[in-house]
Design a protein around this ligand. Structure first.
Ligand code: FES
Length: 610
């Protein structure tokens, strides 16, 4: 329940986050603002919320709340972890933040490119015949903008009709409009995370630094293929595909923009800027640029940094002069989404040795030792998205996302299913859990093979009857729809599924092993692993460690980072400094090409074992 400072009725939102994430981060990832000046570090004692379930009381809570308040469930949001379903009451914001908390605990001082000034100008007369524009520019000389033609066209009429009381709209040092009266409170921008699968839009009040609407939907390019390679192939096979893909991306952005404006009660004419973070292929497609060179060696982009353009160029109907800003890309397979993620996680500003992993069909990896930053891409294949997996599916209702194996018949297989409905299949995090748990109980050996039938009752008596066959292939039954169901009717993990995951994890771990070696580091030197992206954030850290997807480290060092691309896009809209920081990353990060390394195959084979 989110209360409103203006006295509007509270709104109810239901959000899903990876287990263990703090309430503060959960809220921030989902566009819900909670008071804070410390950015979620437990020092400002402002992030007060009320939770319905008994949760541990920290010493900071004791200092902040009375006994009665603690009993009533008041806690500091950045210290409460969401380990099961929670109902949280978020009080209205008490302060108008000059800074906003975005990304992974990043504090961003507000310096948006979109500026507004309300001015009351002296009317001209025969002793003061300055031009209209000089009159206006003199009143906003601190912004020193260049006027554009649209603003000049509107200027004479708006100034006179509004009795010389107008608001100047400046975007990135260009005067783009004059609006009658005082519209300074209406200053909005939209951050887009343009994913291959899902696109997320966040409408931001850039004056306050707060989100006022969030929406997501499947990318309308889906019918052309689930991943970037199939979409690139589509354009190579059919000359009509590129304009259609461009149109589909534009339609996705437009639909989301309309949705967030409706949700936030914002006139789209008051949205003056959008930031778009997408991988190199998504960026090329939405711009109508032929993506073919991205799909074939030597994998070359048409540009690392698309020019700033009008939002209408990508099909958005917002303010007619609204700008669209794209994130720069490091390479064909480390795109603007990853640069945005690096910005959101402060990869270039942290002195610790950190590993950033965005898990997907193409897995992007970044390692920083506090001094140098290296990045690469590892082709993990479709396993994490449920592709090539016998019962694989997207993370939607009915997908098994959490699996725990026990030792008694009662707790033999415990499943966490999205939507709490009958299990229909297995999504990426469920696949990782299934394999990690089977390795833990000993039904899968280190080489990834199911143990022989006769050994199973000895190794895991409560689970042995679930190890069976479909045709020749060995499978482990995760869910039986009814007693006596044939294995074909069940949700199973097959021997081939295990192999698919092995290949995916070996590609990824070979990637980070080689990056660490380049920096002269060992696995244990890594102080933090950030699991990002819509798959990475949901993978259990313990399971990721067990199968070797991430270095063997204490699980506390492994952090779910959430939708970091979207967070980076928000940062770029809230601060021109942060935007410049993203551009600077192109110089700071070295892209390492792994595919031409002579030792790659040997290293890959070494990494296959669990
Ligand atoms: Fe500052 Fe929680 S955000 S104490």
């Amino acid at each position: 329940t989110v209360e409103d400072a203006g006295g509007a009725p509270p709104t109810q939102r239901s959000v899903r986050v990876p287990p263990g994430v703090t309430v503060f981060d959960s809220a921030s990832w989902n566009g819900i603002a909670i008071d804070s000046t410390c950015g979620g570090h437990g020092t400002c004692h402002k992030c007060k919320v009320r939770v319905d379930t008994a949760t541990p009381i920290s010493r900071h809570d004791v200092r902040t709340f009375s006994r009665d308040q603690l009993d009533a469930g008041w806690r500091l949001a950045c210290l409460v972890q969401a380990t099961r379903d929670l109902k949280v009451e978020v009080p209205p914001l008490t302060t108008r933040p000059k800074a906003a908390t975005v990304g992974v605990g990043r504090q961003v001082i507000l310096r948006p490119a979109v500026q507004k000034r309300y001015v009351e100008l002296a009317e001209p007369d025969l002793s003061d015949q300055r031009t209209d524009i000089d009159r206006l520019l003199a009143a906003i000389d601190d912004l020193a903008p260049q006027p554009d033609l649209h603003a000049l066209r509107r200027l004479p009429q708006v100034l006179r009709a509004a009795d010389w009381k107008v608001t100047a709209v400046v975007v990135d040092e260009v005067l783009v409009d004059v609006e009658p009266g005082d519209t300074t409170a209406q200053r909005y921008a939209i951050a887009f995370d343009l994913g291959t699968t899902t696109v997320v839009a966040t409408l931001l009040d850039v004056a306050l630094g707060t989100p006022v609407g969030v929406a997501s939907m499947l990318n309308r390019q889906q019918p052309y293929g689930g991943d970037v390679i199939t979409r690139i192939s589509a354009t190579m096979l059919d000359p009509e595909a590129l304009p259609r893909l461009q149109q589909a991306a534009a339609a996705t952005l437009a639909e989301l923009a309309a949705q967030v404006c409706r949700e936030g009660g914002v006139d789209p004419q008051h949205v003056y800027e959008v930031a778009i973070a997408g991988n190199a292929t998504m960026t090329a497609l939405v711009l109508g640029i032929d993506p073919e060179p991205l799909g074939v060696a030597p994998f070359v982009m048409s540009t690392a940094q698309p020019p700033t353009m009008l939002a209408s160029d990508v099909g958005l109907e917002l303010h007619p002069r609204a700008r669209a800003v794209f994130f720069p890309a490091l390479g064909a397979y480390v795109g603007g989404d990853i640069v945005a993620g690096m910005l959101a996680t402060g990869m270039d500003r942290d002195k610790r040795t950190r590993l950033f992993i965005d898990v997907g069909t193409n897995c992007e990896l970044v390692v920083s030792d506090g001094d140098r930053i290296l990045s690469t891409a590892a082709p993990a294949g479709p396993a994490f998205e449920g592709g090539a997996i016998r019962c694989g599916m997207r993370a939607a209702d009915g997908a098994i996302e959490v699996i725990k194996l026990g030792s008694t018949p009662e707790d033999a297989v415990q499943l966490g299913v999205i939507g709490d409905v009958e299990p229909k299949g297995l999504c990426g995090s469920g696949l990782v859990d299934a394999v990690a748990e089977l390795v833990r109980v000993g039904l899968l050996d280190a080489s990834g093979r199911f143990v022989p039938d006769e050994q199973a009752p000895e190794v895991a008596p409560a689970l042995a009857d679930r190890l069976t066959r479909i045709g020749e292939e060995r499978v482990f039954v995760l869910h039986r729809p009814h007693a006596g169901a044939m294995p074909e009717e069940c949700v199973v993990l097959s021997q081939r599924d295990v192999r698919e995951l092995q290949f995916a994890k070996a590609a990824i771990s070979t990637g980070w092993t080689l990056l660490l070696e380049e920096l002269g580091l060992e696995h244990r030197d890594v102080q933090q692993v950030l699991m990002a992206g819509s798959f990475g954030s949901y993978i259990s850290p313990a399971s990721a460690v067990r199968i070797g997807l991430v270095p063997k480290l204490p699980v506390l060092r492994i952090v779910s980072a959430g939708n970091v691309a979207g967070e980076g896009a928000k940062m770029a809209l809230l601060s021109v400094r942060e935007r410049a920081g993203a551009a600077a990353l192109l110089q700071e990060v070295t892209y390492v090409e792994l595919s031409d390394r002579p030792d790659f195959n040997d290293r890959f084979v070494d990494q296959l074992a669990f």
